[in-house]
Design a protein around this ligand. Structure first.
Ligand code: PXL
Length: 276
């Protein structure tokens, strides 16, 4: 069985980061080791009064112990990271575990805005981690901030997306996938570029005109899980996009649903069927 170590926070309530990655990766038949970077009462979109206990000081002792035990990983999957120090420590992990595929979700923002607490300098720091990655999966907002280009919400064409992908790989990432790409009003999806082969690929599905928290984490977790199950990156983005779509659809179908996460749990049977 393949083993992923995923490095991100635990937001106790508000489905995202580790509370999303763990169940999804496990359901896909892949071991999910974790390196929690912080414990928060809720994710930061709750804005008022959330608690945060930083675990940066634990990162080096934990990885040193793993190394002394000869523990290896097939992939390092990073999500929300909260500080420059955490990014530096994860960069160090990539050299400590050089055989692991480095899969980076630069979870920092959405809809043209960075999440609470982040600024442009942080986005540039995150670009340093992306530069080392085998695969990165930013959304259009995160890509724009990392590249220092204006965020364009719609009205762009495929050549614009290709240009953004080329620029992302020029940072150093081997393969880049842009999520939340909409070339037509009723469609959304992901487009990728593999700089090792020069190949572009994409996958689109119906667009549900809503925006939920944690969908990037759902997509990234399913994508890295599918890769570990031997799917190509192109297949993995289609599996992850369909799973994310289904999670949103099921959330919308629930009367009185909340705004702070999606019902990905109810879509897990669909996901498991896809990776058989
Ligand atoms: O879904 C990304 C995410 C993860 N973790 C925390 C967050 C967010 C987005 O706001 O606040 C703590």
């Amino acid at each position: 069985m393949k083993r992923i170590v995923t490095v991100q926070d635990i937001s106790c309530v508000g489905k995202c980061s580790l509370t999303v990655a763990l169940p999804i990766i496990s359901a896909m038949g892949v071991e999910a080791a974790i390196l929690p970077t912080a414990v928060l009462s809720t994710h930061t979109a709750f804005k008022k009064g959330f608690t945060l206990h930083d675990l940066t000081g634990e990162i080096s002792p934990i990885t040193a112990h793993w190394k002394s035990e000869g523990i290896a990983f097939d992939a390092i999957y990073t999500g929300y990271l909260a500080s420059f120090d955490q990014i530096d420590l994860v960069k160090g992990m990539a050299s400590d575990f050089p055989d692991a595929m480095l899969f980076v979700d630069p979870a920092m923002g959405d809809n043209g805005k960075l999440y609470y607490g982040f600024d442009e300098a942080f986005a540039h720091k995150m670009a340093e981690l992306c530069a080392l990655a085998d695969i990165i999966v930013p959304n259009m907002t995160e890509a724009s901030f990392m590249l220092g280009i204006p965020y364009v919400s719609d009205g762009y064409d495929e050549s614009y997306v290709k240009d953004v992908l080329l620029r992302l790989c020029a940072l150093g990432a081997k393969r880049a996938v842009l999520t939340g790409v909409s070339l037509r009003e009723h469609e959304t999806g992901a487009m990728g570029y593999d700089s090792t082969t020069g190949e572009f690929f994409s996958y689109y599905h119906d667009r549900i005109p809503v925006s939920y928290h944690g969908t990037g984490d759902v997509f990234a977790s399913a994508c890295v899980g599918a890769l570990m199950r031997g799917k190509s990156l192109h297949e993995s983005i289609s599996i992850a996009a369909d799973f994310t779509y289904e999670s949103i659809r099921l959330t919308e179908a629930e009367e009185g649903h909340n705004w702070y996460g999606v019902n990905f749990e109810q879509a897990i049977p669909v996901l498991v069927e896809r990776i058989k």
